[in-house]
Design a protein around this ligand. Structure first.
Ligand SMILES: C[S@@+](CC[C@H](N)C(=O)[O-])C[C@H]1O[C@@H](n2cnc3c(N)ncnc32)[C@H](O)[C@@H]1O
Length: 202
């Protein structure tokens, strides 16, 4: 808004504002609905995630993969793994797609990660915001199999103690919150509480 006010006096062609609006939309897409902005995992975080990957063949999904650089680095480090990124913002998707064109063990899919089934993935990674965490927890529980791993960069799942928290030695002091879906969901009271708090209020 301050920028718009400052530009108002410059007598720019009206199309300028439309172009800026469309560009921002293509980069950030519907952040008003997703409540997840665009920012990237850093190299130190990639290194920390690499230490959490299974020892043998595995499938890894980055929910909201941005420009796909995290996946690209991991896919090059671990040729025995299969990597998938799901991204709904058009320009980051295109960027991720182009970046990973030659990377055979890395696929980039355009779309909404809420529509991506997590069954079959040994590791799911999310760097989102506090808003979707309760719903993500429900999704992971209903779709991921016992023994698999959900990693959330920076945003813990409210009310659920992480089984492991990794402190990344970077400037922003990134923390990776690690969760394993429990084998007996009904026996975990924290699970029911998280579902209750994630339920939309009337
Ligand atoms: C904080 S960025 C993280 C990017 C990347 N995972 C990384 O760690 O570098 C979150 C990304 O999620 C995407 N996103 C948000 N909601 C989404 C949704 N419902 N479906 C697919 N992508 C989504 C955003 O467009 C953004 O690119």
């Amino acid at each position: 808004m301050p920028l718009a006010i400052a530009l108002h006096g410059l007598d720019l062609p009206t199309n300028f504002y439309l172009i800026v609006f469309i560009s921002l939309l293509l980069i950030f897409w519907r952040t008003d609905r997703s409540q997840v902005p665009l920012y990237f995992s850093n190299v130190e975080t990639v290194g920390a995630i690499a230490t959490l990957l299974p020892e043998t063949d595995f499938r890894f999904v980055d929910l909201g993969c941005g420009n796909g650089h995290l996946l690209n680095r991991l896919a090059r480090m671990r040729p025995d793994g299969q990597f998938l990124g799901v991204e709904h913002a058009p320009l980051p998707f295109l960027w991720a797609k182009l970046r990973n064109l030659g990377q055979e063990n890395c696929q980039i899919r355009f779309g909404d990660y809420w529509c991506q089934n997590l069954d079959g993935f040994e590791v799911a990674y999310a760097f989102l915001s506090p808003a979707p965490m309760p719903r993500l927890w429900m999704k992971a529980h209903s779709e991921m199999t016992p023994g698999t791993l959900l990693i959330s960069n920076s945003f813990p799942i409210p009310g659920i103690p992480a089984e492991q928290v990794i402190s990344v030695p970077d400037r922003r002091m990134t923390r990776l919150y690690c969760y394993h879906p429990p084998t007996d969901k009904a026996a975990n009271p924290a699970y029911s509480q998280a579902i209750e708090s994630a339920r939309p209020r009337q």
